[in-house]
Ligand binder design. Structure first.
Ligand SMILES: C[S@@+](CC[C@H](N)C(=O)[O-])C[C@H]1O[C@@H](n2cnc3c(N)ncnc32)[C@H](O)[C@@H]1O
Length: 223
């Protein structure tokens, strides 16, 4: 595991601390809590359209629940780069990698998505339930700068359902207060990515409370 010290203060110290604290206390039970959401993970990973031998960035990888599914599609020549800022979460991810015997294929970066640095360009990136990351322009720009032109990007997460869906939004509120540092942007969490990607397509599921979106990174413009 590679640890990166934050070179500059994170975008918002308070949000950063809140996000760290939330996952410090959740790490032990996280995998259990995520069980009802696992079908969404499989659908998101399917939408990455991974090919054997490719490299994929798992942004905010948490405990590494996506690793086995990603590697299954990438084959033994493919690679996963997991970026995760919470020490307790990334320790679980490291333990998972060790148990799976895939140290050669999974690189873990303990850093915030806005500060993580690594060599090479990836073929795809997944932001699975990472609201704090997809609402942070600096984090998105840093991740996209490490993708090949044409790379596929998939993002999934909570959002406000339609205003008339009151009980559904009670679920969104409860889940969000437990898992994100700010409710800001829950009406269009994908907005920052949509502005930067081509062929951006989104569909809503779970009665509108969860979005799943795909797009293609065109590469940095020269202008
Ligand atoms: C809901 S969990 C999702 C974990 C994983 N993607 C999954 O599908 O199980 C959100 C994760 O994003 C991480 N996170 C939040 N803000 C981050 C940031 N700015 N940089 C890197 N990781 C971040 C949290 O520590 C947490 O592990």
């Amino acid at each position: 595991m590679v640890k990166t010290r934050n070179a500059k203060p994170p975008v918002s110290e308070t949000a950063h601390r809140t996000a760290l604290q939330q996952y410090r206390v959740r790490a032990d039970l996280y995998d259990l809590e995520l069980q009802p959401f696992e079908p969404l993970r499989l659908e998101a990973i399917e939408r990455l359209q991974l090919q054997p031998g490719e490299v994929v960035l798992d942004v905010g990888c948490g405990t590494g629940l996506s690793f086995a599914h990603l590697l299954e599609r990438l084959g033994d020549k493919g690679k996963v780069v997991g970026i995760e800022q919470c020490p307790e979460m990334i320790d679980k991810a490291q333990a998972r990698i060790d148990a799976m015997g895939v140290r050669q294929q999974v690189v873990l970066l303990q850093a915030s998505a806005e500060d993580a640095r690594w060599q090479g360009l990836a073929d795809a990136a997944i932001f699975h339930f990472t609201h704090d990351v997809v609402r942070c322009p600096e984090a998105i720009d840093n991740v996209l700068a490490h993708l090949k032109p044409g790379a596929r990007v998939v993002t999934t997460g909570l959002q406000w359902a339609a205003p008339w869906a009151g009980p559904v939004n009670c679920f969104v509120m409860g889940a969000a207060l437990y898992s994100v540092s700010s409710l800001e942007g829950l009406n269009q969490p994908w907005g920052e990515l949509a502005r930067r990607l081509q062929h951006f397509e989104r569909h809503d599921t779970w009665m509108g409370s969860v979005y799943m979106a795909t797009g293609t990174w065109p590469g940095a413009s020269d202008t």
